[in-house]
Design a protein around this ligand. Structure first.
Ligand code: AHR
Length: 490
């Protein structure tokens, strides 16, 4: 067993951890929307206006703060007017990106914004720059947010919604260096400026406009955007980072993997820290006041699809490996909260590193869901200094523990994961200027391949973790392959 001394200084505050760091992403892809979130009003599965009740409850439990929609690559082929009005009149389209299936547009703007209202989260609309028009995007904003008399506001009213919605987050294009139009950064920056000029703040609604940022370490894309765009044009720049254990042609199985694959998956995740740091260095040069946020609006593990499923649907299982990876990402995002003000795991249901899987009426919460549950106390808290002398594991030179700490309502919250598959970690907590009288700890742990499925939904769930307090110092023992949350109070 390895011993660690964690020092936490609640007076050394490092910025607010925006709730939106715990955001999610939903795309018209596979069974994310249809079957996963939306089943239609006539379904036997309990629903409110077609939206699954169990999904809404599960989202509320982890306090989903923001949901991005309708894509992804789908966003740059989506024409919002096809998804409004009487369902029988809605146009059908081919979902060319994801399996070539027919999209009947029965889930559109009204349904998405209804979902956000039921959950109580912010909507994040991803607009179409790649194949849409400036007018189309401008009208979408007017349709959703204008309270007065206008062609789009009147159309909304005719479709049954009198009052406008509040829509803060507006993405203008997605992956425009790839599926969103194969553009070079300067061309995209010019297009972005033109589109954003016609997206107006109506009726007290204030848009937070998001430009399509780079994939991983494409620093030239970031440099070009920061050079071209000013804070009056853009409030956030996105970043996409996926963990692909091997390579894109052989990503590896979600459940059948070796120890080496496990450590390789972590080794492919850890560089997100440096990637964020280097993008922030570029942003700091152009925007030292940090007016423009970095939003990691797609992140997560991407494996081969489950055997027998449609390769275009990106359906994969989710094990304790994913829980440890999610904890690594989220602890890193917390530590960059001065610039990283939103992150959206890809994706929320039935796609990639999903937090929820569904099959008909059945619903399973994955280990990644439980990580979001453990970390939810960080939402809106203040990041505070915390440090321990980490151990470097011989496997891929990885740190044994990942962690971050925050302060909320005078309680210190520390989330910590043990990445080792062999060693236990004994951790003592010292809180500067305080004696920890109470310590409540909870844990997610298991064998690295353990996962929840429809017949065994509770293999991995959150349990209490014994914690002791001696001489004002709390102590826990973390088993291998685990994620924990420790709450310390006086
Ligand atoms: O999340 C799946 C896809 O990954 C998204 O549609 C796209 O933006 C990214 O390449």
């Amino acid at each position: 067993m390895k011993k660690f001394q964690m020092l936490i200084n609640p007076r050394d505050k490092r910025g607010i951890i925006r709730p939106e760091i715990y955001g999610h992403f939903s795309e018209h892809l596979g069974r994310c929307i249809y079957g996963g979130i939306y089943v239609g009003e006539d379904s036997k599965i309990p629903n409110v206006r077609g939206i699954r009740t169990d999904i809404v409850e599960a989202f509320k439990k982890i306090k989903v703060p923001v949901l991005r929609w309708p894509g992804g690559c789908f966003a740059d082929e989506y024409h919002w007017k096809d998804g409004i009005g009487p369902k029988e009149n809605r146009k059908h389209m081919v979902n060319t990106n994801w399996g070539g299936v027919t999209e009947d547009n029965s889930f559109g703007t009204h349904e998405f914004l209804d979902l956000c209202e039921q959950v109580g989260c912010e909507p994040y609309i991803a607009g179409n720059l790649g194949s849409g028009t400036v007018e189309e995007l401008s009208q979408w904003v007017e349709y959703m947010t204008f309270d007065g008399v206008s062609p789009m506001a009147d159309l909304r009213r005719r479709n049954g919604r009198e009052k406008p919605w509040k829509v803060k987050y507006l993405g203008i294009g997605n992956e425009n260096w790839g599926c969103g139009g194969n553009m070079c950064p300067q061309f995209y920056a010019n297009e972005y400026k033109r589109y954003q000029s016609f997206c107006h703040d109506f009726s007290g609604n204030q848009l937070f406009k998001i430009a399509c940022g780079p994939s991983g370490g494409d620093y030239n894309w970031m440099e070009t955007l920061m050079n071209a765009l000013k804070p009056q044009h853009v409030q956030g720049i996105s970043l996409h980072y996926y963990t692909v254990p091997h390579d894109w042609d052989h990503k590896g199985s979600a459940i059948h993997f070796t120890e080496d694959d496990y450590y390789e998956t972590l080794a492919k995740t850890l560089p997100i820290d440096e990637v964020i740091t280097r993008h922030c260095e570029i942003m700091n040069r152009y925007d030292p006041e940090k007016q423009i946020a970095l939003l990691v609006d797609e992140w997560g593990c991407w494996y081969d699809v489950e055997e027998g499923t449609n390769p275009g649907f990106l359906y994969q299982q989710n094990t304790m490996r994913d829980a440890v990876v999610a904890a690594m990402y989220l602890n890193i995002f917390n530590k960059h909260c001065d610039r990283v003000r939103m992150a959206n795991i890809a994706q929320v249901v039935n796609v990639l590193q999903a937090v929820i899987l569904t099959e008909g009426e059945k619903l399973v919460k994955t280990p990644t869901y439980h990580v979001f549950d453990l970390f939810k106390e960080h939402q809106g808290a203040e990041l505070v200094y915390s440090h321990l002398e980490n151990v470097t594991m011989p496997e891929k030179n990885l740190p044994m523990l990942t962690y971050s700490s925050s302060l909320q309502d005078d309680q210190v919250i520390c989330t910590i994961s043990n990445c080792s598959l062999k060693e236990e970690a004994e951790i003592f907590f010292e809180v500067t200027g305080r004696k920890a009288a109470h310590c409540k700890a909870e844990i997610l742990s298991g064998e690295v391949h353990d996962h929840n499925d429809f017949d065994h939904p509770d293999v991995i769930t959150i349990r209490d973790l014994p914690a002791s307090v001696e001489n004002g110092k709390a102590k826990i023992i973390l088993p291998p392959c685990s994620v924990a949350r420790v709450i310390l109070s006086e």
